[in-house]
Design a binder for this molecule. Structure first.
Ligand code: ZN
Length: 202
């Protein structure tokens, strides 16, 4: 009995690479702030993960306290348009207005001016990118899409994290499915020696 106990205790741990030894990836969550944001922040903080939140300006105006809480939790808050518009269907002035309105609310709430934008539905073209540049924003798409907004399970979302390469960008949404996947994603990154970092250094 005693031997069994001690063998178990002293069994060699599964060897994990040193933290960050394989580089970093960017975890990103779109469409907040919304009712699930407190749970998202809680899960990320519990697993010591930092993420980029591409927020909808109108949602930020409606939930200023959640934007502030996101910054306090160490998240990077960036621009996902003001009304979640399909930007490729708008004229140049409308695209600029969508992006500027979100810059204004986020600057007011966080004291920081966003530098990144993700177009809703990943719908973009050269014209949208040019409008973004006029507002001082760099477009960010994704290298791995979890398809969480189409009902992917937490397991499938974590499996998508397995496909990330160093420097990769994982697309998720501020929704229950992705929040449920965070413990598994944390394990996947730790097992692979990957850190969750900002998009700019990913
Ligand atoms: Zn979106």
């Amino acid at each position: 009995m005693l031997l069994a106990c001690c063998l178990a205790v002293f069994a060699a741990p599964r060897s994990a690479p040193a933290p960050c030894s394989a580089g970093s990836v960017a975890l990103t969550f779109d469409d907040g702030p919304r009712s699930t944001t407190p749970a998202l922040l809680d899960a990320l903080e519990r697993h010591q993960l930092r993420a980029t939140l591409f927020v909808v300006g109108a949602h930020a105006d409606a939930h200023p306290e959640l934007v502030r809480a996101s910054v306090r939790a160490g998240m990077w808050v960036e621009n996902h348009s003001y009304t979640h518009a399909r930007l490729t269907r708008l004229d140049d002035a409308q695209v600029v207005a969508e992006l500027r309105a979100t810059q204004d609310v986020l600057r007011r709430l966080t004291g920081r001016t966003p530098t990144l934008m993700r177009p809703p539905y990943l719908a973009t073209d050269a014209r949208v990118r040019a409008a973004a540049r006029r507002v001082g924003l760099t477009e960010v798409l994704a290298t791995v899409d979890t398809h969480d907004s189409r009902g992917a399970s937490a397991e499938a979302i974590a499996d998508a994290a397995e496909r990330l390469r160093p420097g990769g960008i994982l697309l998720m949404h501020d929704r229950v499915q992705a929040i449920d996947a965070i413990p598994r994603i944390a394990d996947v990154l730790a097992e692979r020696g990957l850190c969750a970092g900002p998009v700019s250094s990913a």
